[in-house]
Design a binder for this molecule. Structure first.
Ligand code: KIV
Length: 281
């Protein structure tokens, strides 16, 4: 069944938790959809997980669109949210609406996500007014890591906590239907979740949100030694994949792969014909 804003809101009202993972390609999207994950975020974290950058800042609109399209084709049931990359919405409200429109038109996704609270209130309002659902993202916002002096917990201290809570009300007032709370202290995240009407999705923000998001590569242990404190590795897929590649490498090199059964065409030319062919060259 296709997840929609109505089905997600109904889950929230029933007190059912909402699952979200990041995903960036067709083959993983099929696996995520088969697992009945409610929503997929095509996060700009793809700059790090798929492209090997040390942060998300270099990711472009064109790249987001290529990844997003592949995900949408693989996930007919999940509600797909496209991250707006750095500098695709900060420059002007008009540019924000145009780029949100491109992300939806050119990928077929269901919503866009942008980072920031009061600073992007007008952008959120204008995108929502143009008919595109918006997921906000407050607390630790990776695109502002340079301004914060690194990836740091947000909402620590009374003044910061009040600012994060006010950001939540601001993005809700601007029309966001969902909001990611990243690295917000757990009690504050639970308080925000109890005060707002939009869906809250936590990452490193405790269990009091309406749902949770993790980067797929982190939960599958495919990120090498990188393991943020808030990540639970649900399977050692990275190690399993390396093992599988190692076994393949060994089988190719020792000649045990492929067997005749693993050849595409089993009915071969006759030995007599091959002998004659060989003699001609
Ligand atoms: O880009 C991303 O993956 C994100 C999540 C970490 C929330 O924004």
């Amino acid at each position: 069944m296709k997840n929609t804003i109505s089905t997600l809101m109904a889950m929230r009202e029933r007190g059912e938790k909402i699952s979200q993972v990041t995903c960036y390609d067709f083959s993983m999207a099929r696996l995520v959809d088969a697992a009945e994950i409610n929503t997929i975020l095509v996060g700009d974290s793809l700059g790090m997980t798929m492209q090997g950058y040390s942060d998300t800042l270099p990711v472009t609109m064109e790249e987001m669109i290529v990844y997003g399209r592949s995900v949408v084709r693989g996930a007919p049931n999940a509600f797909v949210i496209m991250d707006m990359p750095f500098m695709s919405y900060q420059v002007s409200v008009e540019q924000a609406v145009a780029n949100a429109g491109r992300l939806i038109k050119e990928t077929g996704a269901n919503a866009v996500k942008l980072e920031g609270g009061a600073a992007v209130e007008e952008q959120i309002r204008a995108i929502v007014d143009s008919g595109i659902p918006v997921c906000a993202h407050i607390g630790m916002t990776p695109q502002s890591a340079n301004a914060f002096g690194g990836f740091k917990v947000q909402g620590k201290g009374e003044e910061n906590a009040r600012r994060v809570l006010e950001d939540a009300f601001t993005v809700q007032r601007a029309g966001a239907f969902m909001c990611v709370l990243e690295c917000v202290p757990p009690k504050l995240a639970a308080l925000i979740s109890s005060k707002v009407d939009m869906i809250t999705i936590g990452i490193g923000a405790g269990a009091g949100c309406d749902g949770q998001v993790l980067v797929s590569q982190d939960l599958l242990a495919m990120s090498g030694d990188f393991k943020p404190k808030f990540v639970r590795q649900f399977a050692q897929v990275g190690a399993m994949m390396t093992e599988a590649y190692r076994a393949y490498d060994a089988a190719v090199k020792d000649g045990s792969f492929p067997t005749l059964e693993e050849s595409y065409v089993k009915s071969d030319c006759s030995d007599e014909f091959l002998r004659a062919l060989s003699a001609q060259y």
